[in-house]
Design a protein around this ligand. Structure first.
Ligand SMILES: Cc1cc2nc3c(=O)[nH]c(=O)nc-3n(C[C@H](O)[C@H](O)[C@H](O)COP(=O)(O)OP(=O)(O)OC[C@H]3O[C@@H](n4cnc5c(N)ncnc54)[C@H](O)[C@@H]3O)c2cc1C
Length: 231
């Protein structure tokens, strides 16, 4: 099912390709953002700042740019993914198991690396030594302004069981590339169309989530009420 990619290698390849096409790479974390005249200034940790006509926020669930420009994150529910060692991880293909309290999966990735994750509500979380990351289905209340847009998890993030994250990130990246290479401006019409794209993607995820909960019993509090928690 699907392909498995080593993230660090993928990121390195993408950076190299961007540099080859003329991009200037500035390393650092976004610490402040401000609209300035007709553009945007992004402050990075370490003191460097970048001024530009347009900014694409690809900072994942942190939405570090969009939130500093006024967007708010809305959560349908809170979920946490914890990495664990799972004794049943003997399958050489994706293995998924669900219960009313959580769901978990294991697979062998590139180079035979074994990965196992449990996704559960924070209230059910058994604290362990493993890495824990946010896995909540959530979205922004605004996906773009005149001089910015949010893509990938920054705009809409899913329960990982949906396997929608990477496809959504790629779709948003194409819109962002078009803007960065083109007018560097989101007209009201552009913003409406981009919002529709994101809201439809979100609606699909929420409907799938309810169906999955009902049919498999996984995280089984799924109900139409839960689906409409954030529309
Ligand atoms: C356990 C788990 C399993 C998953 N499995 C799948 C799957 O099978 N299929 C699928 O399609 N999706 C899956 N996903 C979702 C997928 O990982 C995400 O949708 C995808 O990584 C989103 O890409 P992104 O580039 O938008 O965000 P990220 O991958 O989160 O990248 C954001 C980047 O921004 C950086 N950043 C954050 N804050 C700042 C800041 N202030 N300044 C500068 N940089 C910052 C981060 O360090 C990171 O490098 C899974 C997620 C989890 C948690």
């Amino acid at each position: 099912m699907g392909t498995h990619r080593r993230r660090t290698r993928l990121d390195a390849v993408l950076l190299r390709l961007a540099e080859r096409e003329g991009a200037t790479i500035a390393r650092g974390r976004v610490s402040a953002v401000a609209a300035l005249g007709g553009g945007v200034v992004v402050q990075l940790t370490g003191g460097r700042s970048i001024e530009g006509a347009f900014v694409a926020d690809a900072t994942g669930r942190a939405a570090a740019v969009s939130r500093r420009l006024g967007a708010r994150r809305l959560f349908a529910e809170r979920l946490v993914a914890t990495r664990e060692s799972w004794p049943r991880m003997m399958e050489d293909r994706l293995f998924v198991e669900g219960s009313a309290d959580d769901w978990r999966y294991s697979l062998f990735g590139p180079g035979g690396r074994a990965d196992a994750w449990r996704i559960s509500r924070p209230s059910r979380l058994r604290r362990g030594p493993g890495l824990a990351v946010d896995a909540s289905p959530s979205r922004l209340d605004a996906f773009a302004g005149e001089r910015w847009l949010a893509i990938g998890d920054a705009s809409v993030a899913f329960d990982p069981i949906a396997s929608q994250g990477l496809g959504h990130a790629m779709a948003g990246a194409m819109t962002a590339a078009g803007k960065l290479l083109g007018s560097c401006r989101m007209s009201g019409e552009d913003r409406d169309a981009f919002a529709l794209l994101n809201l439809q993607t979100w609606a699909t995820h929420r409907r799938d989530d309810v169906g999955r909960g009902h049919s498999s019993g996984t995280l089984s509090e799924a109900s139409p009420a839960r689906a409409s928690a954030v529309r």
